[in-house]
Ligand binder design. Sequence first.
Ligand code: 11C
Length: 340
Amino acid sequence: MGYKVVVAGATGNVGREMLNILAERQFPVDEIAALASRRSLGTEVSFGDKTLTTQDIEQFDFAGWDIALFAIGSDATKKYAPIAAAAGCVVIDNSSLYRYDPEIPLVVPEVNPEAVDNYTKKNIIANPNCSTAQMVVALKPLHDRAKIKRVVVSTYQSVSGAGKEGMDELWDQTKGMYVPGQEKEASKFQKQIAFNVIPQIDVFMEDGTTKEEWKMVVETKKIVDPSIKVTATCVRVPVFVGHSEAINIEFEEFLDEEEARDILREAPGIMVIDKREPGGYVTPIECVGDYATFISRIRQDSTIENGINLWCVSDNLRKGAALNAVQIAETLGKRCLKKG
Ligand code: 11C
């Protein structure tokens, strides 16, 4: 026997990937419902070789459904997640709404799968921000060996993190550079994104950091270890899919770069591609559609006592969102619900 699974937000970038990944990984599904807002109602979406017609989330009865993967943004989640959870359906939510609630587990299955067991408090499990998910997959095995003191991370985040509108804006602005009369002003992003980079993702906080940077700090502490200090600079770059991160890590103990490479090679969810030659590393375009978090450029940081630098790339719509949500569902199934 398998699960009755709901995907809410099935017509968006992440919702479509959730359906693809459930099918690809042969998640044990007995029945599946694709939900959308009234605006996208009736739109057809693919689930493996089947076509599903989206149903109205407003009218949907969650009773009798086991798991709902939500990719509908915080406002809609606030309305519908409590309804689904109260009906006995476990919500795995991709928005930031519940991530910082101490009663709600925030899970990356390679890092803290045991946290899933606490889903019962509210029947909700949170999925982290994309830039956090790929970073903690890399940090955890190194932390287990040499205890991380501090992380300095700079991100290079693709426009798909800002949804379809972000992708459209990069496409239209790029075209507009070459076609007179089709120039496109910045609207989704704060400044021109085509042929540019923007050091702002999400709103500014009072201390001058941005919300995206704050999320990386707070989520890393909740998922890996509250003692780890993190400082982040998050930057939007003109790439469609795939977030990249330059990560500098300071450890309590010395960790040799060769040992770090071996640890990462063995770690779950990671693929090390690290040849010290031109092109011997992974770039975002090569990670699209993949499950792995790719690590390259592993090297000692000789400016501090116990430091390592590395380059980390992953598909933000997959490990950063839909794949992680499906992995949470798999973990929940194995550890708690035990069907399938
Ligand atoms: C971006 N990381 O690239 C953001 C998107 O908290 O789930 C995901 C925001 C979130 O714009």
